[in-house]
Design a binder for this molecule. Structure first.
Ligand SMILES: Cc1cc2nc3c(=O)[nH]c(=O)nc-3n(C[C@H](O)[C@H](O)[C@H](O)COP(=O)(O)OP(=O)(O)OC[C@H]3O[C@@H](n4cnc5c(N)ncnc54)[C@H](O)[C@@H]3O)c2cc1C
Length: 511
């Protein structure tokens, strides 16, 4: 490995010679040299693995700070991806990136999140056709009182193109295969392969792993751990002709609890509705044969969803994903940092994934920038990132693990704004769980309310707790279709296997 000097950064064609003057102008857009022998490594300041929202955010911000950034994406944009509903707290990030208006132009306006009240509540009341809407404008100090819903193929392509326009050497169809570490424990070489099977190597001074559920570093370093508290799997597709709510609520996401998990209805541009179910693995394991029929049977089991879908026709493939939740043991290490799903995946019930990815990418960019400028600060910057992101993630997780319990159902069915606790819950739904002490204080009060309600409703609460524990033990790995999650560290025998290809048709999704 070469010593590039603390504040040095690369300029000019990316050869094995480094120039170390940070202030001599913006980096050129191309870093590859046509004369380069096949085995020579390209050098850069930062290598970003992955061209999803987290990767493009980190790459853009770092290029803007003047660093020479290479970003590698194994697929080619536009490509399908799930994760279409954004949170209000995403919008300030889009604004800082400078793409807010471009995203608005391809998005559905989402003023709130709706939770239907179905079935018999634990208070014995039958709730058939009613729903509560939590409007983001009611959050505590909302900067944006709404969010967006997007087709991810458009959103991700936009962010990737923006990264390129910002000076990132963003390359598609190049898959990172392995990271080689130097004797100092820092990434020394990154080995990749392009679509023609040609090997490529890079020598970055810093590595950002934004590879999503492929978890390149988490897999290689065996850091990935199954979440023991929560397991779920999903089945979903796109439909036309699904009834929307009237007026300004037409763009709201619907999150419908049901016996085996929860369902989503996400209005997308072009009258398309993304509809899917996140189920306990035990339920999805019952699936036999046709994935489309199983999806419809599941959706039709809920009268409120069935009523809105009576004239619907499917316009997309059916995808099935064993989206078991995981976290990596570490988020950072010497010379590297993980962002977004590359670090952790949580159940998407609160549509938090893209926001968590972009939020962590913003902070990662600060860590990388600070560490390259002042290497002695690296450890402190990384610790601060782990602490802040871990804290925010835990707020989401607390709600996610309890979302389907009778107690949480009761509290969501009967929201009360005592001490502004309901507004704090809306702030959590908006993603404001990282830096707002007023929200965090009130979320703590909500936990007390939850505990007291659980005592009051002890038999039902106990049933919910038992079910939660049982489901966390069941695992469903079938039909992974979207950036298949890499094996967990506990599955070491499979750890070196490459990802399965994407299932691109319903036939492929059948098992
Ligand atoms: C069923 C389901 C529903 C969801 N719903 C929502 C939702 O409504 N809202 C929300 O915010 N989130 C949702 N999510 C979560 C969301 O999909 C992710 O959290 C989000 O996409 C994470 O962004 P990312 O940039 O970290 O990873 P990704 O978006 O997955 O991007 C990673 C990129 O890295 C590339 N890559 C992977 N390996 C390599 C490699 N070796 N070399 C080069 N490139 C590589 C991939 O091709 C991919 O483009 C949902 C997830 C699931 C499973």
């Amino acid at each position: 490995m070469h010593d590039h000097g603390a504040a040095g950064r690369y300029h000019g064609a990316m050869t094995d010679d480094a120039t170390a003057d940070a202030a001599s102008g913006p980096p050129p857009t191309s870093v590859s040299s046509p004369q380069r022998p096949a085995h020579a490594a390209e050098r850069c300041d930062v290598l970003v693995i992955g061209g999803g929202p987290a990767g493009s955010t980190a790459a853009t911000l770092l290029a803007r700070s003047g660093w020479r950034v290479v970003q590698l994406e194994k697929d080619a944009h536009p490509r399908f991806h799930i994760g279409e509903s954004l949170l209000p707290m995403n919008l300030p990030i889009l604004e800082r990136l400078g793409v807010l208006e471009q995203v608005r132009a391809i998005a559905t306006h989402k003023p709130g999140a709706e939770f239907p009240l179905s079935g018999r509540g634990i208070d014995g009341t039958e709730r058939a056709n009613d729903y509560n809407t939590f409007r983001f404008a009611r959050a505590l100090d909302p900067k944006f009182g709404y969010a967006f819903q997007v087709r991810r193929e458009e959103f991700d392509a936009l962010l990737f193109a923006h990264a390129r326009d910002s000076g990132v050497d963003a390359r598609e169809r190049v898959r990172v295969e392995r990271v080689e570490f130097g004797t100092d424990g820092r990434p020394a070489r990154v080995h990749a392969r392009d679509a023609n099977g040609r090997a490529q190597a890079f020598e970055p001074r810093y590595l950002v792993d934004a590879s999503g559920r492929d978890t390149v570093l988490g897999r290689q370093l065996k850091l990935k751990r199954k979440n023991e508290k929560h397991q779920s799997a999903a089945i979903f597709s796109h439909f036309r002709g699904v009834e929307r709510r009237p007026g300004e609520d037409a763009g709201n996401i619907t999150v419908q609890r049901f016996e085996h998990g929860w369902m989503w209805l996400i209005p997308l541009p072009g009258e398309v509705m993304s509809v899917g179910a996140v189920c306990f693995p035990e339920y999805l394991k019952q699936r036999r044969g046709d994935a489309g029929a199983f999806l419809m049977k599941t959706l039709m089991s809920q009268p409120q969803v069935a009523a809105r879908m009576h004239a619907a026709s499917r316009v997309g493939e059916v995808h099935v994903t064993g989206n078991y939740s995981y976290t990596c043991d570490r988020m950072t290490g010497p010379g590297w940092v993980m962002v977004g799903d590359a670090y952790a995946f949580v159940d998407p019930v609160f549509s938090s994934g893209v926001y968590l990815g972009m939020n962590s990418a913003e902070q990662a960019a600060e860590v990388v920038d600070g560490s390259l400028r002042e290497p002695l600060r690296e450890h402190a910057l990384q610790r601060a990132m782990e602490t802040r992101l871990g804290r925010g993630l835990r707020h989401f997780q607390w709600f996610i693990y309890r979302f389907n319990t009778p107690v949480m159902r009761h509290l969501f069915n009967h929201p009360r704004n005592t001490w502004q606790v309901e507004q704090a819950v809306i702030s959590m739904l908006a993603g404001d769980v990282f830096d707002n002490p007023a929200v965090v204080r009130r979320l703590r009060v909500f936990r007390w309310i939850y505990a007291l309600t659980a005592l009051r409703l002890a038999p039902a609460a106990l049933r919910g707790w038992r079910q939660r524990r049982r489901q966390a033990q069941v695992r469903y790995d079938g039909g992974e279709t979207l950036h298949q999650a890499a094996p967990l560290a506990d599955d070491a025998p499979h750890a070196s296997q490459p990802s399965r290809p994407l299932a691109t048709s319903e036939a492929e999704a059948r098992q």
